[in-house]
Design a protein around this ligand. Structure first.
Ligand SMILES: Cc1cc2nc3c(=O)[nH]c(=O)nc-3n(C[C@H](O)[C@H](O)[C@H](O)COP(=O)(O)O)c2cc1C
Length: 189
């Protein structure tokens, strides 16, 4: 009787390279350099915001954006009760804003006492950032140790002008993950 192994039946199938392990996946992810954003949100009397690495546009038509927020964050508790979230890019030189929103928690300080902002559609929008938009929260999903908030686009601003109309010099290149490698999160995930 003729017997063949699975490998012999698919001779063109390449063997997995030795580095294709979970460790390899973590290494591959660490080499991506996603933009860092600051998300802010508010309910009637509470405002919150944090630095976020896990976010992306996920649909063109309709325009949709997904933000992943850790339930450990003060921002998560406010976001769950809010119907809008603002997403801001940061300029390369805006490490101070990244530190304020990424290394401190709203459980211990009011971050909005330490930056310039304006209220747009009920949400605190940072004045001096290259671009921002306010989105309506359409859905939430557990995504592992973070929760995904799907946003529909409401309004936004680009070209380095904050809501106060002031340009942001040298802020055209977005701050990305490699720019904030030394930062320590204000909350464990
Ligand atoms: C480099 C970096 C990336 C981060 N990415 C995320 C993220 O994608 N989602 C998230 O919920 N928190 C993220 N954090 C953590 C929060 O920004 C941080 O814990 C913040 O202090 C929470 O503030 P809050 O408690 O006022 O919400 C990140 C922090 C750093 C330093």
């Amino acid at each position: 009787m003729l017997t063949t192994t699975r490998q012999e039946q698919t001779p063109n199938r390449p063997a997995l390279p030795p580095a294709a392990t979970e460790l390899g996946a973590a290494e591959a992810l660490s080499r991506m350099d996603p933009p860092m954003v600051v998300v802010t949100t508010a309910t009637g009397d509470a405002a919150a915001g944090c630095l976020v690495e896990f976010s992306a546009q996920v649909s063109m038509d309709p325009l949709r954006y997904l933000v992943a927020i850790s339930p450990a964050n003060a921002t998560f508790r406010v976001a769950c009760a809010a119907d809008r979230i603002a997403v801001h890019t940061l300029g390369r030189g805006q490490l101070d804003l990244a530190r304020l929103f990424g290394e401190h928690t709203g459980d211990e300080m009011d971050k909005f006492d330490h930056c310039s902002w304006s209220r747009v559609d009920g949400v605190p929008v940072l004045d001096a950032v290259p671009s921002w938009f306010v989105g309506r929260v359409l859905q939430q999903w557990p995504l592992g140790d973070h929760v995904g908030f799907l946003l529909g686009f409401l309004r936004g601003s680009v070209d380095g002008a904050g809501v106060d109309g002031a340009g942001v010099d040298g802020a055209t290149a977005s701050l990305s993950a490699s720019d904030v490698e030394g930062l320590s999160a204000g909350h464990d995930a």
